[in-house]
Structure formats: C-alpha cells, structure tokens
Design a protein around this ligand. Structure first.
Ligand code: FES
Length: 127
C-alpha cells in the first residue's frame, strides 16, 4: 500500500488556498518543535462566517496537505464549526495519514484555533 493516499498527494501537489490575506481578521501560527515545521493561517470573517482563508506552511507533505484540506473544510463555515474542526477530521478527509504523520494534521487544528482566538481577542479589544 502506498504511504500516502491520493488525496494527500493531490493536496500536496496542488495545495488550495495558499497565500496571505492582508488585513486578515484573525491570524494563527503554530510550530512543531520536534520536526521544526511551521503553519500560519489567515482568516477573513464576516459576522459569523469565514469568508476567506489562506495558509502558509513551511513543512512536510502531510503538513501542506493538512493545511490545504483544513482550509477547504472551514471556508464558508461558521466560526463555531471551524473551532470544532479536529485533526482527526482533517486526516479522515484526506483518506488517512500514516500514524507517524498524524502530528502534521494537529498543526492545522491548532493553527485554525489560534487564528480564531486571535480574531476573538481583536474583537474584545475593539469593544
Ligand atoms: Fe512535522 Fe509533518 S513532519 S508537520
């Protein structure tokens, strides 16, 4: 069996939503100290909905595929749905990741949560 699913390879080779959002409403960055990979997520939010999302990932194929899939999963979704996205759901949407690569999908979950927390913190400081 191939190490990576076709979906992982597709999202690695053709990642969706790569880039930066200038004046993003929320930005989240996480890193894994063991492998050194870094993921940054930018959110554009209108009311209760994520209207746009972009990512920059300096990392392995699984981290890039996880970021790409995670951004697809939260685009157009409510903030509460994005907050509830788990790394398991990202890995499942990719038709699985090898066990030793599951930590790569954790970066996506954490980066999204950090970006949402950044958004909430900014909202609080405005009020
Ligand atoms: Fe660390 Fe993939 S090896 S994020």
């Amino acid at each position: 069996m191939a190490l990576y699913s076709e979906k992982v390879m597709d999202h690695f080779r053709h990642p969706r939503n790569v880039g930066v959002i200038e004046n993003a409403d929320g930005v989240g960055e996480v890193g894994n100290t063991v492998c050194g990979d870094i993921m940054k997520i930018y959110l554009k939010i209108d009311g209760d909905v994520i209207t746009d999302v972009k990512f920059e990932t300096f990392g392995c194929a699984s981290a890039i595929a996880s970021s790409s899939m995670a951004t697809e999963l939260i685009k157009g979704k409510k903030l509460s749905e994005a907050m509830a996205l788990t790394n398991k759901a990202v890995a499942e949407a990719l038709d699985g990741l090898p066990a030793h690569k599951m930590h790569c999908s954790v970066l996506a979950e954490e980066a999204i949560q950090n970006a949402l927390n950044d958004y909430y913190a900014k909202q609080k400081s405005k009020s």
